[in-house]
Design a protein around this ligand. Structure first.
Ligand code: SF4
Length: 577
């Protein structure tokens, strides 16, 4: 194809980049009129950590990078001062960074300058960049730590930050996770690249996984890197993606689509051209599932404390209290990808504050603070059985819309808030995903319910957890692997609905189940339903698939009382502001 033809196919963002590099755009940054931004300005500002939309043009969001989740008490206090002075709302992101909301056109520049000091940076925290590089909060100090990754992360960040060639110039954002621990607080397989602890020929290093995203698991690239090789691999990858990543249809620009297009071997060949060395095949992955407690003993005999935020929200008083305590007691502060704050180096298991919410295992997206949200878990906790989730340490990922920032596909129970008019005048509902084998990135969760109205969500989740309790398994992921994932999605949905309709909680047992892709599987599951719920009329019309029965049963159970099941009222957008 001629170059001119290719240029016309560039997506809108690429056309801006081709005309003016973000590095050049920055020269005009201080003289910008933030009250009158154009489409191009909004694209470019993301490269410096500022987010604004044309449909909420007077609201701004700013994101800070926090490399490896580590920041000093002085930096934390500086952020608290800014939050308080400008009356902002602060969230910890699901990538261990900090996001500030409710900024305005008249204070954005002042805040941006205040936050880009003392080693803090908002650069490249949004846009088509290498985003905040994440690690486990126990990196280097926890009892499962074999390699401390922070020095590598610092080297990577130093390389890309304000680098004119890459600043805002990658085809799409790239999320990178690296952990030298054999057990992590949350899964890293949603990253575009995950460097996972591995061992080869008696040497600890990293296996490389590539192509993850919120709804897909990163795949094994069959590469083992020694600790000293990771940075060079990273540099080679960035250049290869810069040169070969697609810049056409925006929806096909993430790394996963390059892999789909040229294959993992094709991508490896591009990286190798830059890396200039042969790759070694993967080593043995070292990754176990462990439940972490509020206090953990560290390798040096001191303790850590995990402060649970209010679904990622934290106010300036809390920040100050934590930072003052850390400063007085010489503790290290880290932010986890679980949106909690870790204090490391305690002499004993005691801190002068308590976490207020039972949300330690719930990762929630920005919710009502994001313009795309249709539901915010932060303000609607009654829909979720938090006590049970906390009791069993079930990992929950919540996304306020289908973009999936709460990583709902990579947790035990995943939820997406959505609007619906399928059940009459309801406020909306949630999709439910179950069965992710997330620790080792084997599978993402499967969608079991495409929509559960909010008013029925708590009861449905309670039933799911009650059946898990009855199974005797001590870990939800193990239960998913051994029980849930032996059944089809349609069967599971009908099993839960049949229990709800008959007000029972019949345990689900695996008993010589045929393979899910076999021809016998459907008949086996149908017989299981009919034999266990003999008197349930709703199930009697199952023919050669579950879908029609399922659709009738959800309508019967969840349509707002008195409404015609076929009535579809108009969908109203939430008015959070
Ligand atoms: S999942 Fe949707 S609502 Fe939540 S932060 Fe991402 S884009 Fe916003």
């Amino acid at each position: 194809m001629e170059n001119d033809d290719l240029d016309t196919k560039l997506n809108k963002r690429e056309k801006y980049k081709a005309r003016l590099r973000p590095y050049e755009y920055f020269k005009e940054f201080e003289s910008l009129d933030f009250e009158n931004l154009g489409e191009g300005d909004r694209f470019y500002l993301q490269d410096f950590g500022i987010f604004n939309t044309d449909f909420l043009e007077d609201e701004f969001t700013m994101r800070l990078r926090v490399a490896g989740g580590r920041l000093s008490s002085e930096q934390f206090i500086l952020v608290a001062n800014v939050v308080q002075t400008y009356d902002l709302t602060m969230l910890l992101t699901s990538r261990g960074g900090i996001q500030l909301h409710n900024l305005e056109a008249n204070n954005i520049l002042e805040i941006w300058k205040a936050l880009n000091t003392h080693g803090l940076s908002t650069w490249q925290s949004l846009g088509d960049n290498i985003r905040n590089i994440v690690s486990d909060p126990y990196d280097g100090c926890g009892k499962y730590s074999k390699i401390e990754t922070y020095p590598i992360i610092a080297q990577m960040q130093e390389f890309i930050l304000k680098n004119p060639r890459y600043l805002g110039m990658l085809p799409r954002r790239v999320s990178i996770g690296i952990s030298g621990n054999s057990a992590n607080v949350v899964s890293f397989f949603a990253n575009d690249i995950y460097f996972a602890l591995a061992q080869k020929d008696g040497i600890y290093g990293f296996n490389v996984y590539m192509g993850g995203k919120n709804t897909n698991t990163a795949q094994d690239a069959d590469i083992f890197l020694k600790e000293s090789e990771v940075f060079n691999f990273f540099k080679a990858f960035v250049e290869a993606f810069y040169l070969h990543g697609s810049r056409y249809s925006r929806s096909k620009t993430r790394l996963i689509y390059l892999i789909e297009d040229i294959g993992m071997d094709g991508l490896k060949a591009h990286i190798q051209t830059e890396y200039k060395k042969e790759f070694q095949g993967a080593g043995e992955l070292l990754l176990d599932k462990v439940s972490f407690c509020e206090y953990e003993e560290l390798k040096d005999g001191t303790y850590s404390f995990c402060y649970h935020t209010d679904f990622a929200r934290i106010d300036s008083d809390e920040i100050r209290e934590i930072a003052d305590f850390a400063s007085t007691n010489n503790l290290e502060i880290r932010i986890g990808m679980d949106q909690n704050i870790y204090l490391l180096g305690l002499k004993e298991k005691s801190v002068p504050f308590t976490s207020l919410k039972k949300s330690s295992t719930v990762v929630a997206c920005a919710g009502n603070l994001c313009p795309y949200a249709v539901w915010s878990i932060k303000d609607e906790t009654s829909y979720i059985p938090l006590d049970k989730i906390d009791e069993h340490q079930i990992q929950v990922g919540f996304s306020g819309c289908a973009k999936g920032c709460g990583r709902h596909c990579h947790t035990d129970i995943g939820l997406i808030g959505l609007k619906t008019n399928n059940f009459g005048d309801t406020d909306g509902g949630a999709r439910i995903f179950l069965g992710a084998i997330h620790t080792q990135g084997a599978t993402t969760g499967r969608m079991i319910f495409s929509m559960v109205p909010f008013v029925h969500l708590n009861a449905t989740l309670c039933l799911i957890i009650e059946l898990y309790e009855k199974s005797g398994y001590k870990d939800f992921q193990e239960y998913a692997y051994n029980v849930l994932n032996k059944f089809s999605e349609g069967f599971l949905a009908l099993w839960y609905l049949a229990n709800l309709e008959t007000k029972q909680s019949l345990e689900l047992k695996v008993d010589n189940n045929p393979a899910l892709d076999s021809t016998e599987s459907f008949e086996f599951e149908k017989n299981l339903l009919l034999s266990n719920f003999k008197d349930l009329e709703s199930l009697q019309d199952i023919d050669d698939k579950f879908f029609d029965t399922l659709s009738k049963l959800v309508k019967k159970l969840w349509t707002v009382a008195g409404e015609d099941p076929n009535y579809k009222p108009p969908i109203q957008r939430n008015k959070f502001r």
